[in-house]
Design a protein around this ligand. Sequence first.
Ligand code: PLP
Length: 398
Amino acid sequence: MAITPLMPVYPRCGVRPVRGEGCYLYGEDGTQYLDMAAGIAVNALGHAHPKLVEAIARQAATLMHVSNLYGSPQGERLAQRLVDLTFADTVFFTNSGVEAVECAIKTARRFHHAEGNPQRNTLICFNQAFHGRTLGAISATNQAKMRDGFEPLLPGFVYAPFNDLDAALALVDDRTAGFLVEPIQGEGGVSVGTDAFLQGLRAACDAHGLMLVFDEVQCGYGRTGTMFYHEQVGIVPDIMAVAKGIGGGFPLGACLATEQAARGMVVGTHGSTYGGNPLAMAAGEAVLDVMGEPGFLAHVGAMGERLRASLEQMIPNHDHLFQEVRGKGLMLGLKLKPPVEARAFVGFLRDEYRLLTVSAGENVVRILPPLVIDEHHIAECVETLSAAARVYVTPSDD
Ligand code: PLP
């Protein structure tokens, strides 16, 4: 048989991590890597954070899983903390980002159903968006590479260019349920939604009774220096999908909503066997405990500034390779100049310099370190990038 036991859907590289510590990963052969990818914005506390490890170990030995047919003191505690921290009044816990997005889509549709407007079932989504890999989520993105061969997709999604408020508003009609948007597009190329764009979507939702659904799976949970990115824009969504950093590496996501937005989500409308089980809740509480320590978010902001400034300082020395730095906080993207390709350069950094980054759309190298990174990791990262850039042979030089 030619097919591998692991379904071959990923372009897996030669790095084979078996251990992690702080901002470093170690391969099977002991090779050390500086991890500026953090599981694609997941390992917010770095690898093997003692508080997260201890909380998971303790809970695993106490009670790992019970069904959602029983009361959940663990879930109530974490949900209450998220409600206290955010715009939301209620939380549904999931095991992944895409399930949080699915719940958000269902919540938005169900709101209009409960309002007596079931024809309002269409979400306005955005080009280059990424919301995950379920049929619902690939229907919400119009990228052929994710959709091809999986048709028929779900109806109820239309698309506008990102950051084009007029184009988005022009799509609003009597079938519109609301907008589904990443305030900062991650996979799409670390493109930051402008304040005017995001605030304009909020205003349109208020004017027309629509749902503003934010996907903060990648940009949320401390990554940009505030707990959620929308705090920096001065608006709140009605519904928000969260995941990645929320579990610090434990599979956990959440769909947050206001009481009004969640009015259709009554008993029997949604569910998940594992979602919000005691083990996941223990991980979520430990992450929040650490992020709530004084200075944690300020540290993310300061490290983000430092990393951005160091990258910007480096660019002129290699301006045949690098175009600009984009993003917020510790969600940064280094845009490369053609013919240099982000995927190839990421491979070069990894294989020749043991520096882990992630490629994204628009020829961008994503830098998404653990949020506990410090100055010396930043110096190591930028020195390594610089050394690699000095010797990188672009395709046209061949
Ligand atoms: N939404 C965004 C913005 C993401 O970046 C991702 C994953 O990268 C997802 C949703 C899907 O999350 P998951 O892979 O945990 O299902």
